[in-house]
Design a protein around this ligand. Structure first.
Ligand code: NAD
Ligand code: DEZ
Length: 349
């Protein structure tokens, strides 16, 4: 069996080595040539898994050690009978930590988070933890999630985007990136939305770059409609908009989810799914426990946290310092910051 894996997935190489030939590559070097005789591809967001990558490949399973799947052409994989597994919720606590740390850094030290209003767009794995922790810190939350609402979800009272715009001091988006369908999220944060804000909110995007319109964010900043932006996910990564970079209150290189625990959960989830595929597709007698045996144990996700337990200095990850020139070097720099990131601990009790 041949397994092609992104070399930046922690613990993966040792876990899958007993299964056969393992080829470890940087995400952007996983190519049609390298996967043509692969059975299994284990990847991250840096490899676009589409017809050009997979057209000549024998691969039957793609495991992505990420929450997001927008780098994978799911329809194509379905047509080709390629099983795709992601890692739902793996780094959701890390993203919630990122958002609350951005808010903490934005407020003057003497001002508490308690009493501030946080609008959350997308109440899935990330939005749920963020909502719970924000409520625990005494914030008021305003939640928007039309797909859940339309499915009859009554866990929360949902608000409209207009209500989020009108009532929030902070607005954080946690939807997947989708270009089509009734709930497409492309440029969900656009000029119309940003013109409807009332309380000069801080806008936070740690979801995917294209869920916010870069030009509209810059215009809203210049018109003083919003107090600032905290951007972890950018349009056209890693060729990011340098104006937005210079104007952002917090600008980070897509590391909101980069916690030690998040990476371990991601690898474990991919290995769980892989074990199922090895049983079903290859008839192998192998369990998830065997594959994950070498992974460190991690503790439970806290129900609530205090401001002190956030434990993350977000300013240390700001990318605008020591910016290289010319502009082309910025994209290499962006990727090198991600590849060499020291994984941080999530909040723990
Ligand atoms: N910056 C990072 O490092 C990082 C880390 C993890 C996840 N992410 C991104 O965050 C996204 C969300 O993660 P999650 O684990 O919460 O996903 P999830 O699938 O658990 O939840 C997403 C929620 O968004 C809702 N939604 C979809 N379309 C919507 C719309 N048009 N308006 C409002 N809500 C909508 C869905 O109904 C769902 O409840 C991921 O898809 C990924 O792209 C980024
Ligand atoms: O979707 C996700 O889980 C995140 O965006 C993830 O943190 C990105 O991780 P990477 O592809 O860099 O491993």
């Amino acid at each position: 069996m041949k397994i092609v894996a992104d070399r930046n997935i922690p613990y993966i190489a040792d876990a899958v080595r007993p299964l056969g030939e393992v080829v470890l590559l940087p995400g952007d070097a996983i190519s049609a040539e390298t996967v043509k005789d692969a059975d299994i591809i284990l990847t991250r967001t840096r490899t676009r898994c589409n017809a050009s990558l997979l057209g000549r490949s024998t691969c039957s399973f793609i495991g992505t050690a990420t929450i997001g799947t927008d780098h994978i052409d799911l329809d194509y994989c379905r047509e080709r009978g390629i099983t795709v597994a992601n890692a739902p919720g793996c780094n959701a606590p890390a993203v919630a930590q990122y958002v609350l740390s951005a808010i903490r850094a934005f407020l003057p030290p003497e001002e508490a988070l308690a009493g501030k209003r946080l609008g959350i767009i997308g109440v899935g794995n990330v939005g749920t933890i963020l909502n719970r922790w924000a409520l625990g810190l005494g914030m008021t939350t305003i939640l928007n999630d039309p797909p859940r609402q339309e499915n009859g979800d009554t866990t929360y009272i949902y608000s409209t985007l207009e209500e989020i715009a009108a009532e929030s001091d902070f607005i954080s988006i946690h939807t997947p990136y989708s270009k089509t369908g009734p709930h497409s999220t492309r440029h969900l944060l656009n000029s119309e939305f940003l013109s409807a804000v009332r309380r000069r909110p801080l806008i936070i995007n740690a979801a995917r770059g294209p869920v916010a319109d870069t030009q509209a964010l810059k215009t809203a900043l210049s018109r003083n409609l919003i107090s600032g932006v905290a951007i972890d996910c950018w349009e056209n990564e890693p060729d990011i908009d340098l104006e937005l970079l210079s104007e952002a209150f917090v600008a980070t290189p897509h590391i909101a989810g980069y916690s030690n625990e998040g990476k371990i959960r991601a690898t474990r989830m991919v290995l769980d799914a892989l074990a199922g595929h090895l049983q079903d597709h290859f008839g192998l007698d192998i369990t998830a426990e065997t594959l994950s045996a070498g992974l460190p144990a991690i503790g439970p996700i806290p129900e609530t946290i205090t401001e002190q337990q956030l434990g993350y200095d977000i300013n240390a990850d700001h990318i605008a310092r020591n910016l290289p020139t010319p502009d082309a070097a910025v994209s290499r720099y962006f990727e090198s910051l991600r590849n060499n990131y020291s994984l941080r601990p999530e909040p723990h009790i």
